[in-house]
Design a protein around this ligand. Sequence first.
Ligand code: ZN
Ligand code: ZN
Length: 266
Amino acid sequence: MTCDLHIHSRYSFDSSESLAEICRWAVKRNIGVIAITDHCDMIQGRDGIAYYLEVEKQRIKAFEKVREEYQQLEVLYGIEIGNAIDCPEETRKFLKLRKFDFIIGAIHFLPDGGDIYKLPYRDAGEVKRMFRDYFISVEKLVRLGGFDSLAHLDYPLRVLKGKVSAPTIENYRELVEPILSGLILQGIALEVNTRGIYDWQGRVGPEDWVLTRYRELGGRLLTIGSDAHTAFRTGVGFENAAEMLRRTGFRSYTIYRGRKPVEIPI
Ligand SMILES: [Zn+2]
Ligand SMILES: [Zn+2]
C-alpha cells in the first residue's frame, strides 16, 4: 500500500492545488493514505499564529468535504512546521489548538533569517557555511522535538545544482550523525523524500548511507513523502523509495494517525 505523508495544497504559500484534485490523483494512483501537510513557517516577523489559525479554519472545512467525497481514501490531517526553533513557545501553543494526525518538522531558514531556497551561493565557502548552519539548526530542532517526522534532511541540495560537484551530504557526516542519534532518542521518524527523483539529484533523499547509519544506530521509524506541490506529483517515486528501504535493510515504514505510529510493510 502506498501512503504519501508529505503533500502541499493551496493552503501553502507555494501551491495552488485543491484538496479535491489531490484526492482525485491519489485514488487514480491507488494510493491508500495521504497526509496533507501544508506549510506553517514559525519564523519571527512572518505570518504568525493568528494567520495560521485562520488558515486552519478553512483547511479543516476542506478536509471534511474530501473525506466525505473520497471514502476509499484515508486523508490525514497533517502540517509541516518550519523553523519551530525560532518560536518554540508559539509553535507549541499553535500545535495544541488543533488535533493533527501527523506533524512534520523542517528547517527552511538559517538562524540569521536567510531563506535556504533563495540564497545566492556565490562560492564554495558560502555553501559550506550554509550546510553547517543548516545541520546545526536541524539538530536543535530535533532536540526541541514536538513533531513526528523530520522532513527532507538534504533539503539544501535542491537549490545547489551547478554549485556543488555532486548531490551529496557525505562531507557533513559528523554533523548528520548527531541528528540521527537525536531522532532515535526522541522517537522521531526520519523522512524519505521522493522529490529528488524528478529533480537534478535523480534519486530519493537522503542518501543510502544516511538510512544505513540510522538503522545501525537503532533507527526504525521512517515516513515516506513526495513533497508534492501539484496533484499529479502525489505518490511519485514511491517505487524508488521502497527499493531504497529494502536496499538499506528496512522492511516497513510508518504512518501516523492521531500522532500514533502505525507500521506499514513494504
Ligand atoms: Zn519543507
Ligand atoms: Zn513540504
